[in-house]
Design a binder for this molecule. Structure first.
Ligand code: ADP
Ligand code: MG
Length: 245
C-alpha cells in the first residue's frame, strides 16, 4: 500500500449549469508531494480544490484520499473531510473566538479531544507558525499575515493528511506575504502533502515538486517547476507566464 497516492482524482467531471468547469481531471498527489496549481482566473483551480474536500460535489469520476473514496455524504464524509485541511484567501477565522479557541474548536468537537490536550497541541502549533504571543487575542487584533498563519495552525490541529491552499496570500499586504509563504515552505519541508493554488511563482520554484497549469477546466500542462517555467509547452501557458512573470 506504500504506493497509494494521498489524493487521486480519476475521470472527474464537474458542471455548473452549462459550464463544464472540470473536464477529464486525472491527478495523483503522492505522499509528501507539493503540487502547485496555476492558471488564469476562472480556469477551475478553486473548484478543483473544493472538490477534494467535497465543498463541491462532482458529476462523474472518483476522488480518493489516502485510498478511501470520498463518499457523497454522512458520517464517513465528515471523517474523510477532516483529513483534508483547507486554507482560503479569506482567513475565515471565527471573529468572536480567541486565536486559541479557533485552533482548539475542531479537535474538541470533531476529534473528541479533551480541552487541555487540545490547548497544549494548539499552543505548539501557534508557536510553529510564530503567533503564540497572540493566543488570547481576537482575530481582528491580528495582522492579516498573522490571521492567515492562525488559519494554517487551525487546519494543522486536525492532523490532516493533505493540506489545500487556495490563493492563501492573495488578500495580504505585500509585507505579509513572505511570512505566510515561509510558513508554507516549512510545512512542505516537514513532509506535508500539499496542493497549493497560488500566483507566487517564487513559492512554486522553491517548494513545488510539480506544477499543474489549468485552462478552461482542464489540466493542460504538468511538469517540474524548472521545466515548466523554462519550457512551457502550450501557447496558453506561454501567454499566462508572459503576463505574470
Ligand atoms: P479559478 O479559481 O481558477 O479562478 P473557479 O474554480 O473559481 O476558477 O471557477 C471556475 C469557473 O466556474 C468560473 O467561470 C466561475 O465563474 C464558475 N463558478 C465557480 N463557482 C461557481 C458556482 N458556485 N456556481 C456557478 N459557477 C461557478
Ligand atoms: Mg480561485
Amino acid at each position: 500500500m506504500v504506493d497509494t497516492p494521498m489524493v487521486a482524482m480519476r475521470g472527474v467531471q464537474k458542471h455548473f449549469g452549462s459550464l463544464h468547469v472540470l473536464q477529464d481531471i486525472e491527478l495523483e498527489v503522492g505522499r509528501g508531494e507539493v503540487v502547485v496549481v496555476i492558471g488564469p482566473s476562472g480556469s477551475g483551480k478553486s473548484t478543483l480544490c473544493r472538490t477534494i474536500n467535497r465543498l463541491e460535489t462532482i458529476d462523474e469520476g472518483v476522488i480518493e484520499v489516502d485510498g478511501d473514496v470520498l463518499p457523497a455524504e454522512g458520517k464517513p464524509l465528515a471523517r474523510l473531510r477532516a483529513d483534508v485541511g483547507m486554507v482560503f484567501q479569506s482567513f475565515n477565522l471565527f471573529a468572536h473566538k480567541t486565536v486559541l479557541e479557533n485552533v482548539t474548536l475542531g479537535p474538541i468537537k470533531v476529534r473528541g479531544q479533551k480541552k487541555a490536550e487540545a490547548e497544549k497541541r494548539a499552543m505548539e502549533l501557534l508557536e510553529r507558525v510564530g503567533v503564540e504571543a497572540q493566543a488570547h487575542k481576537l482575530p481582528a487584533q491580528l495582522s492579516g499575515g498573522q490571521q492567515q498563519r492562525v488559519a494554517i495552525a487551525r487546519s494543522l490541529a486536525m492532523d490532516p493528511k493533505v493540506m489545500l491552499f487556495d490563493e492563501p496570500t492573495s488578500a495580504l499586504d505585500p509585507e505579509m506575504i513572505k511570512e505566510v509563504l515561509d510558513t508554507m515552505v516549512d510545512l512542505a519541508k516537514g513532509g506535508m502533502t500539499m496542493v497549493v493554488v497560488t500566483h507566487e511563482m517564487g513559492f512554486a520554484r522553491t517548494a513545488a515538486d510539480r506544477v499543474l497549469f489549468m485552462s478552461d477546466g482542464r489540466i493542460v500542462e504538468e511538469n517540474t517547476p524548472e521545466e515548466f517555467f523554462a519550457n512551457p509547452q502550450t501557447d496558453r501557458a506561454k501567454d499566462f507566464l508572459s503576463k505574470i512573470l
